[in-house]
Design a protein around this ligand. Sequence first.
Ligand SMILES: C[S@@+](CC[C@H](N)C(=O)[O-])C[C@H]1O[C@@H](n2cnc3c(N)ncnc32)[C@H](O)[C@@H]1O
Length: 264
Amino acid sequence: MAYAIEAEPIEAIPETSAAERAVADLHAIGASTVNAERVRDSVPLWFHTFSLAPGVYTPGVARDHGYRVPALDAERFAGRSVLDVGAFDGFYSFLAAARGASRVVAVDNEQYVEWVQARFGVTLAGGAGFRAIAELMQSSVDYRLMDALDVRELGERFDVVLCFGILHRVTDPIALLRALADVLEPGGEVVLETYGSRLAANAPAIEVHEPGDVYSRDDFVYWGFSPGGLRRLGLIVGLDELEVVEELDVDGHPRILAVLRAAG
Ligand SMILES: C[S@@+](CC[C@H](N)C(=O)[O-])C[C@H]1O[C@@H](n2cnc3c(N)ncnc32)[C@H](O)[C@@H]1O
């Protein structure tokens, strides 16, 4: 059977924005200009904006990460072990390390390779951005190509799990939260950022999206979460305390930033 496919234009990689440069400056890497430009140009598409050297930034396509900053102070990371699931280029993993984390493990299943190809027409090797930054910084952050659902296989526990931009992308959000809860140290916390919902805040409901209706050429955004929905999901996996840090609109999209903990 033949299908008439109307080719959608591939998006151009946007310019770095001042807002992203401000977030990147929280972790200024301070490389020489020559090394910074070499690293910037060695990766065909960056998700995160990194401040490589004065005035040299990676052109990250991610936007408006500034609202996450209040959940990322040094107090959260100092002396603690951190797991970053869905790390992509690893900005938050490297930030945790720079803010005093005792150990950082970054996990990604590199699903983004497909997304980058579909949206920008760019062929990106999985882990390319992460490796480029890790080498530049001689970083000890440990990177694993792994599905976040499999983190129990790491055989480790963590004080802090960062779960940014991924809960709405997994088909089974309960399984993901349960996997994260299972690798938490007693008293540990999941710092969670995900696609929000326009349902009433206390509605114990989850929105279900159609493929591509949230971001064009992105079929992996399945869910939108209200605080009430996240609270119920947390209860199911034994993370019975939900602190909503922020609910806001980013570029017309609802987002939610929250911390989940097991009640002491
Ligand atoms: C939108 S990006 C978010 C990157 C980063 N956490 C941030 O918020 O800036 C989502 C990332 O999660 C990864 N991902 C999606 N599903 C995953 C899964 N089941 N296991 C591990 N990584 C996953 C994608 O490959 C991508 O790197």
